[in-house]
Design a protein around this ligand. Structure first.
Ligand code: F6P
Length: 196
């Protein structure tokens, strides 16, 4: 069996400010995670020559992968970019609640189907992940996927066989690696919390 390692990027400056979306760099804590992750990955995949590291096209995932050596190819996928919040990109949840209360309520009511104005819904994200999933299924070697909260909820749900309606509520903590092993007997999962 070969592992798929799923992780969010290290904490970003926008995470610290509570802003959604955006394309900021890492906080100091996020930078520390990037270093710890590189140690972990280099050890875990030491004899795995064909392994690869997949990120989104956003800085925070590319920076999180930046310390990983070992010669593993790094591949950027636009399909791994975070859910796009359209006109709400860069806002805090508080700001959305205050300035666009109908949007806030609509999302609360049906987070799976709710589409941000000029942005995406969870269903949109799930759909655009299809080619990534096909490619992940095809890989024979381990893959490290460094992406974002909403995207990882969808990917995780696919491998862990969780129902569609749960996807927007699955907990995917920062600074934690979720290792998924696909074997003949089914899927096994381990979590490694590298820091708080
Ligand atoms: O706050 C981090 C973040 O990745 C945002 O960029 C994104 O909009 C959000 O999480 C997705 O989570 P939720 O669907 O719970 O708002």
């Amino acid at each position: 069996p070969r592992p798929i390692l799923l992780t969010r990027h290290g904490e970003s400056r926008d995470n610290v400010r509570g802003r959604i979306g955006g394309d900021t760099v890492l906080s100091d804590a996020g930078e520390l995670y990037a270093k710890k992750l590189s140690n972990f990955v280099e050890k875990r995949l030491k004899s795995e020559r064909a392994a690869s590291i997949w990120t989104s096209t956003l800085q925070r995932t590319i920076l999180t992968a930046s310390h990983i050596g070992g010669g593993f190819p790094k591949i950027q996928w636009r399909a791994l970019d975070e859910i796009y919040a359209g006109v709400c990109d860069g806002m805090t949840y508080e700001e959305i609640k205050k300035n666009m209360p109908e949007e806030y309520e609509a999302r609360k009511k049906d987070k799976l189907r709710y589409r941000y104005p000029r942005g995406e819904s969870y269903l949109d994200v799930i759909q655009r992940l299809e080619p990534v999933i096909i490619e992940l299924e095809r890989q024979r070697a381990p893959v490290v996927v460094i992406s974002h909260q909403a995207v990882l909820r969808a990917l995780y749900a696919y491998f862990a066989d969780r129902p569609l309606k749960e996807i927007p509520h699955i907990e995917i903590p920062l600074h934690t690696i979720i290792e998924i092993q696909m074997g003949v007997t089914g899927v096994q999962e381990k979590r490694y919390k590298l820091m708080d």
